[in-house]
Design a protein around this ligand. Structure first.
Ligand SMILES: Cc1cc2nc3c(=O)[nH]c(=O)nc-3n(C[C@H](O)[C@H](O)[C@H](O)COP(=O)(O)O)c2cc1C
Length: 160
């Protein structure tokens, strides 16, 4: 089985999680950062994971555009969807559903909330203000969910 993890990441959290996933998959897994290049060839992969992080309730535009551009191809692949965010429970579930088009959500073999991290000292000014005002975050927050990354690998391995 081979897999590609296509993602967008603003401050590097999703990028780190994607790297951990790639390592867990071992050979045959690649990562692709949509912020570095919007062109990605997914034709040779059996499994495609697509995801990004949530800002003010929304996933990055790059992720939405990737899904729209690759609609027909994605519908022929095994697709897993994920988001990185700080919210948990129903709030996180709502963000997950809102992040992807209905046709892709219905097609996906799995949807995953992989946790999130934020370090206020690293944020650009506007993000820092938003963070303090709306999310009331002043300290570093690290919410890691290694069990979810493990489940992503196991679910994908069962497919092919
Ligand atoms: C300005 C700002 C707004 C955010 N808004 C949300 C939000 O609406 N919901 C949420 O669950 N997490 C929110 N987060 C948390 C991010 O989704 C989380 O930190 C994520 O892990 C960032 O990943 P990245 O560094 O790969 O972009 C926000 C973070 C920042 C800095």
């Amino acid at each position: 089985m081979n897999a590609v993890i296509v993602y967008a990441s603003k401050y590097g959290t999703v990028e780190r999680f994607a790297g951990e996933l790639k390592e867990a998959f071992g050979q045959g897994c690649e990562t692709h950062n949509l912020r570095e290049s919007k062109n990605v060839d997914i034709s040779s992969f059996d499994v495609v994971f697509v995801g990004g992080s949530i800002y003010a309730g929304r996933i990055q535009n790059e992720v939405q555009q990737f899904c729209t551009r690759h609609q027909s191809e994605l519908l022929e692949k095994h697709v897993g969807l994920f988001i990185s965010c700080l919210y948990e429970g129903e709030d996180a579930d709502r963000q997950l559903v809102a992040s992807f088009p209905d046709w892709l959500f219905a097609h996906a073999f799995g949807t995953y909330i992989i946790g999130g991290e934020v370090r206020p000292a690293q944020l650009r000014l506007l993000d820092s203000i938003l963070m303090k005002t709306f999310l009331h975050v002043r300290e570093d927050i690290v919410k890691r969910r290694p069990e979810v990354l493990k489940a992503m690998v196991e679910d994908a391995r069962q497919l092919v």
